[in-house]
Design a protein around this ligand. Structure first.
Ligand code: 5GP
Ligand code: ZN
Length: 112
């Protein structure tokens, strides 16, 4: 999608602090980290959110989860939280699917 921030970051048109990249997805540090380790994993194809996951693109999402496990392990995270906000009320501010991976501090439940 031409006017999408994370499409542009995934395409390398906007710089990011990249921690992992392959042909399917990109992982990069969040610009406003909410934990000592906070990175995002985004697909290179535009998917609006978890609400747009279907049988047609679920392999991309499954792959993103394997990348989360691998990158978290490589960055030394043993305990972490994976979050994907869907829609404005849940706090989604960028309408391109992304998983937040947060680690390195105590976390509370329920989330705010
Ligand atoms: P959301 O609010 O949609 O769940 O998450 C979007 C995340 O993207 C936020 O945590 C925000 O800090 C991060 N973000 C927004 N713009 C940029 C950017 O240009 N670069 C990076 N690295 N992160 C961004
Ligand atoms: Zn996009």
């Amino acid at each position: 999608m031409s006017d999408c921030l994370f499409c542009k970051i995934a395409a390398g048109e906007i710089p990011s602090d990249k921690v992992y990249e392959d042909e399917v997805c990109l992982a990069f540090k969040d610009i406003d980290p909410q934990a000592p380790l906070h990175f995002l994993v985004v697909p290179k194809t535009h998917i609006g959110s978890v609400a747009e996951v279907s049988a047609d693109n679920s392999a991309v999402v499954a792959h993103m989860l394997t990348v989360i496990a691998k990158v978290a392990r490589e960055l030394g995270a043993e305990s972490y939280r994976v979050v994907s906000n869907v829609g404005e009320q849940a706090g989604q501010s960028v309408p391109h699917l992304h998983f937040h991976v947060l680690s390195g501090r105590d976390m509370t439940w329920p989330p705010g």
